[in-house]
Design a protein around this ligand. Structure first.
Ligand SMILES: [Zn+2]
Length: 327
């Protein structure tokens, strides 16, 4: 099979898997769910030399291993890559790294690896998911040339910033040259631009710029991630945005008023920095209320899975299901 045919097969296989999977309010593809639905053995291990592996024994026993040493977006992309090897009928593959460029990979990339990369990119960042986030946030083509917006897109898709740059090439938003230039942007600097000094407690942690547009979505985040929630108080009418702390696990880390306008009647913008004290599935709720009579003008409600990356053993969800069965 030619490399081109192998890539096209990967594109088509990814589209089939995507179409078979329920999405709901998730902004990212549920890769763990897709692997579990196919009863594919999956283990996470502290592998030092490999990002992941697809292992097949006599074409009968097949399984996937992914390292616990990398962050959630890279774990997700690696898992999708290994699922690609499996569904495309490849032989055992021990992957020291994975390519984020998918079908835009350099020609030196072996055909089966380029195909698995393509499968991963098409499954986790298909045009449909990309468009859904772009529409929700008003990210026009021009805005998707800005590193800050590409970073926020990558968080919502659950892929790395680099992988998002290349997915935008596949979707004809960026050229290869633009992606090459943009992917060199320091993600650390993008995070720092969003967060007050000292508020990022762990170098893996991401900073989500959330707005009302994120309402009613389900986000998959890291356990130390910081959520910068931008709200606009309708202060002249007596309304302020307040965090509704349903479970006391939500902590306000800081609050800034970057574009406070003191002119009479003007709406004032604020950014509230929030973090969760414990890992888990959380609901982040803000209400735009009149404090004295509790009249509610608007509400922001975002579901966040804050477990972060997978730890040693089975996928967290599989562990929970097994526990439920034996309980
Ligand atoms: Zn591979």
């Amino acid at each position: 099979m030619t490399k081109r045919a192998e890539i096209l097969r990967a594109v088509s296989e990814a589209a089939t898997v995507f179409a078979d999977s329920p999405s709901g309010a998730r902004t990212s593809f549920d890769i763990i769910g897709a692997v579990a639905a196919r009863n594919i053995p999956l283990l996470f291990r502290p592998l030092d030399k490999l990002w992941g592996a697809f292992i097949t024994v006599n074409d009968e026993e097949r399984g996937i291993i992914v390292t616990t040493k990398l962050g959630l977006p890279v774990q997700r992309f690696t898992l999708a890559h290994e699922l690609g090897h499996l569904l495309l009928g490849h032989q055992t593959s021990l992957d020291k790294t994975i390519g984020f460029a998918g079908r835009n990979a350099p020609t030196s990339r072996p055909p089966q690896e380029a195909a698995a990369d393509t499968f991963a990119s098409e499954l986790l960042a298909p045009k449909r998911l990309l468009r859904a986030s772009a529409k929700r946030h008003g990210w026009t083509r021009d805005k998707l040339h800005q590193p800050g917006n590409i970073y926020q897109l990558s968080l919502r898709l659950g892929i790395s910033y680099q992988a998002a740059c290349w997915a935008l090439v596949t979707s004809d938003v960026l050229t290869r040259q633009q992606a090459d230039r943009l992917q060199a942007t320091s993600v650390k600097d993008l995070k720092r631009a969003l967060a007050p000094t000292g508020s990022i407690t762990n170098s893996w942690a991401d900073v989500w710029a959330l707005t009302e547009a994120d309402s009613e979505t389900f986000l998959e985040a890291g356990s130390d991630d910081l959520f910068a929630v931008r709200v606009q108080d309708h202060a002249s009418a007596g309304y302020v945005w307040r965090l509704v702390d349903a479970n006391a696990e939500t902590e306000i880390v800081d609050e800034r008023a970057p574009d406070l306008d003191h002119a009479y009647g003007a709406r004032s913008g604020r950014v509230v920095y929030v973090r969760f004290r414990a890992p888990g599935v959380h609901q982040l709720v803000f209400e735009h209320i009149r404090p004295w009579n509790r009249a509610v003008l608007a509400r922001i409600e975002i579901d966040i899975d804050g477990h972060g990356k997978e730890r040693d053993g089975w996928a967290r969800r599989t562990k929970c299901e097994v526990l439920e069965q034996v309980a």
